[in-house]
Design a protein around this ligand. Sequence first.
Ligand SMILES: [Zn+2]
Length: 118
Amino acid sequence: MSRREDLPTDVRCFLHCRLKELHGKRCFYCRRNFGKTRLRRRTLDHYIPYRIWPAWEIENLVPACEGCNNAKADSLPWPLVWLLLVQVREGTTVREANTAPAAVQAPPAGTSLASLAG
Ligand SMILES: [Zn+2]
Protein backbone atom coordinates (compact mmCIF):
# COMPACT_ATOMS: atom_id res chain seq x y z
CA MET A 1 0.00 0.00 0.00
CA SER A 2 1.42 3.39 -0.93
CA ARG A 3 1.62 6.30 1.48
CA ARG A 4 -1.05 8.16 -0.47
CA GLU A 5 -3.49 5.29 0.05
CA ASP A 6 -2.79 5.30 3.79
CA LEU A 7 -4.54 8.65 4.22
CA PRO A 8 -8.36 8.87 4.16
CA THR A 9 -9.72 11.46 1.70
CA ASP A 10 -11.39 13.58 4.39
CA VAL A 11 -8.14 13.79 6.37
CA ARG A 12 -6.25 14.69 3.19
CA CYS A 13 -8.75 17.49 2.45
CA PHE A 14 -8.48 18.79 6.01
CA LEU A 15 -4.67 18.89 5.76
CA HIS A 16 -4.78 20.69 2.40
CA CYS A 17 -7.18 23.31 3.84
CA ARG A 18 -5.05 23.80 6.96
CA LEU A 19 -1.85 24.14 4.92
CA LYS A 20 -3.57 26.65 2.64
CA GLU A 21 -4.36 28.73 5.73
CA LEU A 22 -0.77 28.47 6.96
CA HIS A 23 1.16 28.85 3.68
CA GLY A 24 -1.24 30.39 1.17
CA LYS A 25 -1.67 29.18 -2.37
CA ARG A 26 2.03 28.88 -3.21
CA CYS A 27 4.51 26.05 -3.24
CA PHE A 28 6.61 26.05 -0.08
CA TYR A 29 9.81 25.47 -2.08
CA CYS A 30 9.60 27.43 -5.36
CA ARG A 31 7.01 30.01 -4.14
CA ARG A 32 5.06 29.78 -7.41
CA ASN A 33 1.29 29.64 -7.38
CA PHE A 34 -0.22 26.23 -7.84
CA GLY A 35 -1.72 25.49 -11.24
CA LYS A 36 -3.68 22.90 -13.12
CA THR A 37 -0.74 21.29 -14.95
CA ARG A 38 0.61 18.09 -13.50
CA LEU A 39 3.91 19.60 -12.30
CA ARG A 40 2.20 22.65 -10.75
CA ARG A 41 -0.52 20.66 -8.97
CA ARG A 42 -0.69 20.99 -5.15
CA THR A 43 0.63 18.04 -3.13
CA LEU A 44 1.36 17.40 0.52
CA ASP A 45 5.09 17.05 1.17
CA HIS A 46 6.69 15.62 4.28
CA TYR A 47 9.37 18.22 5.14
CA ILE A 48 11.24 15.55 7.05
CA PRO A 49 10.89 12.50 4.79
CA TYR A 50 8.17 10.00 5.59
CA ARG A 51 10.76 7.21 5.91
CA ILE A 52 12.27 9.14 8.88
CA TRP A 53 9.03 10.58 10.37
CA PRO A 54 6.26 8.18 9.24
CA ALA A 55 3.23 10.26 10.22
CA TRP A 56 0.84 12.75 8.64
CA GLU A 57 1.23 15.52 11.25
CA ILE A 58 0.64 19.12 10.19
CA GLU A 59 3.92 20.19 11.82
CA ASN A 60 5.86 18.14 9.27
CA LEU A 61 3.78 18.87 6.17
CA VAL A 62 4.19 21.65 3.63
CA PRO A 63 2.30 22.36 0.40
CA ALA A 64 4.50 21.62 -2.59
CA CYS A 65 3.94 21.55 -6.33
CA GLU A 66 4.35 18.10 -7.77
CA GLY A 67 7.58 19.11 -9.54
CA CYS A 68 9.25 20.23 -6.30
CA ASN A 69 7.86 17.28 -4.35
CA ASN A 70 9.23 14.82 -6.92
CA ALA A 71 12.58 16.63 -7.05
CA LYS A 72 12.95 16.58 -3.26
CA ALA A 73 11.77 12.97 -2.99
CA ASP A 74 13.00 11.42 0.27
CA SER A 75 15.96 13.75 0.78
CA LEU A 76 16.39 16.05 3.75
CA PRO A 77 15.89 19.76 2.96
CA TRP A 78 19.17 21.75 2.92
CA PRO A 79 18.13 24.15 5.74
CA LEU A 80 17.55 21.14 7.99
CA VAL A 81 20.88 19.59 6.99
CA TRP A 82 22.67 22.83 7.89
CA LEU A 83 20.89 22.99 11.25
CA LEU A 84 21.89 19.41 12.01
CA LEU A 85 25.50 20.13 11.04
CA VAL A 86 25.57 23.20 13.29
CA GLN A 87 24.14 21.18 16.17
CA VAL A 88 26.72 18.45 15.66
CA ARG A 89 29.47 21.05 15.51
CA GLU A 90 28.27 22.85 18.65
CA GLY A 91 28.08 19.54 20.44
CA THR A 92 31.78 19.00 19.97
CA THR A 93 34.61 20.47 22.01
CA VAL A 94 36.69 23.32 20.58
CA ARG A 95 39.52 20.88 19.89
CA GLU A 96 37.13 18.53 18.06
CA ALA A 97 35.57 21.44 16.12
CA ASN A 98 39.02 22.48 14.88
CA THR A 99 39.61 19.00 13.52
CA ALA A 100 36.15 18.49 12.00
CA PRO A 101 36.07 17.36 8.38
CA ALA A 102 36.25 20.15 5.81
CA ALA A 103 32.69 19.38 4.68
CA VAL A 104 31.36 20.44 8.11
CA GLN A 105 33.44 23.62 8.44
CA ALA A 106 32.36 26.85 6.81
CA PRO A 107 34.53 27.83 3.83
CA PRO A 108 37.01 30.68 4.37
CA ALA A 109 35.70 34.20 3.68
CA GLY A 110 35.81 35.10 0.02
CA THR A 111 35.60 31.50 -1.16
CA SER A 112 33.46 31.13 -4.27
CA LEU A 113 31.23 28.18 -5.07
CA ALA A 114 33.26 27.55 -8.22
CA SER A 115 36.48 27.12 -6.21
CA LEU A 116 34.72 24.70 -3.83
CA ALA A 117 33.44 22.60 -6.72
CA GLY A 118 36.86 22.27 -8.30
ZN1 LIG B 1 7.34 24.13 -6.30
